[in-house]
Design a protein around this ligand. Structure first.
Ligand code: BES
Ligand code: MN
Ligand code: MN
Length: 456
C-alpha cells in the first residue's frame, strides 16, 4: 500500500487539474438547457475510466445517462460497487458567488465550484484511487463496478427502476458511497442513516380574479392568508408535525442511540453563531442533532402569492402556493406521507378556497446495518488516511437510490462521506477542502485494499 499512497501523493497537481476540468462542466440536471453539458460530463467520466483501464459504457436512460464501468479481474475477491453522481444543483442566486460557480478557484486551501463537494469531487477521489492502484499494481484488490448517475439531484427517477431491473449486472458484496460529509473537520464519520424525502406543492385558489382589497377585503377569503394559516397549523406548539398519522411508522431513537448522539462533539451556541441565528426551535424533547438527522420534519421550501413587486398594491390575490417537504426516517413511506399531508391541508382549508396538491420526486429513508466487515473496512480506511477513528452518525440529507440498492442488491452499504459540514452544498460558494480531496483519494484506495481482504 505504501507505494500506492506514494503514487497518489506524487500526482497531486494532475489530480487537481482533473478536478478543475470536471468542475468546469455545468452539469445541472434540473435545467433542460444543460442537456449537452450533462452529456459532456458523462463523456468526461467515460474517457477518464477508459483511460485508467476500466471497461466502461454510457447507459442512456429516458433522462440523463448513467456512466458504468467494470474491472472484474480479482479472482476470488469480493465485488465492490462504487456509486456517485455527476449532476449538480442549480447555482442561483448567482450574485452571491465570490467567483463563478463553473470556474473553479482556490481560496484558503479549498476549491470553490458548484459540485466540488456534492458530488463530483468525492466521485473523483474514488476514480483517482482506482487509477493509482491499477497503475502501481497492474490490478485491483477487488472486483470493481462503478456507477455514476446524472439524476441524483432530481430524485434518481430512472436509476431507481434500473437497479431493480439490473440486479445481476449490479450484484456486489458491498456498496460504497461518498456523497456526504465528515461530522466536523478532523472528525471523520461513517454515516449509518439517511433521511427520506416527501415533496409536495400546494396551490390555493380563491376568487376567480385578483380583487380590490378595499372593496372585497374582509368579506372574501384571502388565499394567501388562508395558506399561511394552513401552513401554521402543520406544527403544534411543541413543533411536532401536525399531520395525523405522520409519526405512526417512525422508528423511535433507541436509548443507546440517544447516548451515542450525546457523545458527538456539538455545541448549540457555536452552531448558532456559525449560522448567524439568535435562537433555535425544533421538536420538543429532542436535541439539535437528533432533530436534524434522527427525527422527521416538515419544512416550507418556498411560498408565494399576491403582490411582491415594489411599493404597495392593495390587492386581494386570487391564488397562493407553497412548496413543502418532509424529511422522513425509517419506516415512513413518502407516498403515504404525501397522502396524509394532502388530506390535512384539505381539512385545514377555510370556506371559499380550493386546494390542489401535486407530489414531486421523493425518496425513502435508509438505515445501514453496522455489523458488516465492509463497514469496518470503511472505518479503517478513514482512520488510515486521516489518522482519526470515525464516529458513527446519521445524516439529515437524502440519497434516494441508496435504499433501492440495499433492498434490491442485498449488499451492505458503506456511506463514507469525504466532504465537510461547511462545504455549502446546494448554496452559493460550494467548496471542497483540498486536504479532504487528497486524503479522500487515499481513503478510497485504503478502502479497496481492505475490502479485498474481507472473507479471506
Ligand atoms: N449529497 C446529498 C445528500 C446529503 C446531504 C447527504 C447532506 C448528507 C448530507 C445529495 O446530493 C442531495 O442533495 N440529495 C437531495 C435529494 C433530493 C434532491 C431528492 C436532498 O437531500 O435534498
Ligand atoms: Mn450528493
Ligand atoms: Mn445534493
Amino acid at each position: 500500500m505504501d507505494k500506492v499512497i506514494a503514487r497518489i501523493r506524487g500526482a497531486a497537481e494532475r489530480q487537481r487539474a482533473e478536478l478543475f476540468e470536471l468542475l468546469s462542466i455545468p452539469s445541472i440536471s434540473a435545467e433542460p438547457a444543460r442537456k449537452a453539458d450533462m452529456q459532456r460530463a458523462a463523456q468526461w467520466l467515460l474517457t477518464k475510466l477508459q483511460t485508467m483501464g476500466v471497461k466502461s459504457e454510457i447507459i442512456p436512460t429516458p433522462g440523463h445517462a448513467l456512466v458504468y464501468g467494470e474491472h472484474m479481474a480479482a479472482k476470488g475477491a469480493p465485488t465492490v460497487l462504487i456509486y456517485g453522481h455527476y449532476d449538480v444543483q442549480p447555482v442561483d442566486p448567482l450574485e452571491l458567488w465570490t467567483t463563478p460557480p463553473f470556474e473553479p478557484a482556490i481560496r484558503g486551501g479549498a476549491v470553490f465550484a458548484r459540485g466540488s463537494s456534492d458530488d463530483k469531487g468525492q466521485v473523483l477521489c474514488h476514480l483517482l484511487a482506482v487509477e493509482a492502484l491499477l497503475a502501481e499494481t497492474g490490478g485491483l484488490p477487488v472486483n470493481l463496478k462503478i456507477l455514476i448517475e446524472g439524476e441524483e439531484e432530481v430524485g434518481s427517477p430512472n436509476l431507481t427502476p434500473f437497479v431493480g431491473a439490473n440486479r445481476e449486472k449490479l450484484a456486489c458484496d458491498a456498496l460504497v458511497v461518498s456523497d456526504s460529509a465528515f461530522f466536523a473537520k478532523g472528525v471523520p464519520s461513517l454515516v449509518y442513516g439517511l433521511r427520506g424525502l416527501c415533496y409536495i406543492e400546494v396551490f390555493v385558489q380563491g376568487p376567480n380574479r385578483d380583487l380590490h382589497s378595499g372593496s372585497f377585503g374582509g368579506g372574501v377569503t384571502n388565499p394567501a392568508d388562508a395558506l399561511a394559516g394552513m401552513i401554521a397549523a402543520l406544527h403544534d406548539s411543541e413543533r411536532r408535525v401536525g399531520v395525523p398519522g405522520f409519526y405512526d411508522k417512525v422508528r423511535p431513537l433507541s436509548p443507546a442511540e440517544r447516548e451515542e448522539y450525546k457523545r458527538l462533539p456539538h455545541n448549540d451556541e457555536a452552531y448558532m453563531k456559525e449560522l448567524g441565528v439568535s435562537g433555535l426551535t425544533g421538536e420538543a424533547g429532542f436535541s439539535t442533532l437528533e432533530r436534524v438527522s434522527g427525527r422527521p420534519t416538515l419544512e416550507v421550501n418556498g411560498i408565494w402569492g399576491g403582490y411582491t413587486g415594489e411599493g404597495a398594491k392593495t390587492v386581494l390575490p386570487a391564488k397562493a402556493a407553497a412548496k413543502i417537504s418532509c424529511r422522513l426516517v425509517p419506516d415512513q413511506d413518502p407516498d403515504e406521507i404525501a397522502k396524509l399531508l394532502e388530506a390535512r391541508l384539505r381539512a385545514l382549508a377555510p370556506a371559499g378556497i380550493t386546494v390542489e396538491v401535486k407530489q414531486h420526486h421523493g425518496g425513502r429513508p435508509f438505515m445501514a446495518a453496522l455489523d458488516s466487515p465492509y463497514v469496518e473496512a470503511g472505518k479503517a480506511a478513514l482512520e488510515a488516511a486521516f489518522g482519526k477513528r470515525p464516529v458513527l452518525a446519521r445524516e439529515g440529507g437524502s440519497i434516494p437510490v441508496v435504499e433501492a440498492f440495499s433492498r434490491e442488491l442485498k449488499a451492505p452499504v458503506v456511506l463514507m462521506g469525504l466532504g465537510l459540514p461547511d462545504d455549502n452544498p446546494h448554496s452559493p460558494n460550494e467548496k471542497l477542502d483540498l486536504e479532504q480531496f487528497h486524503k479522500g483519494i487515499e481513503t478510497a484506495a485504503h478502502f479497496l485494499a481492505l475490502a479485498g481482504k474481507v472473507g479471506r
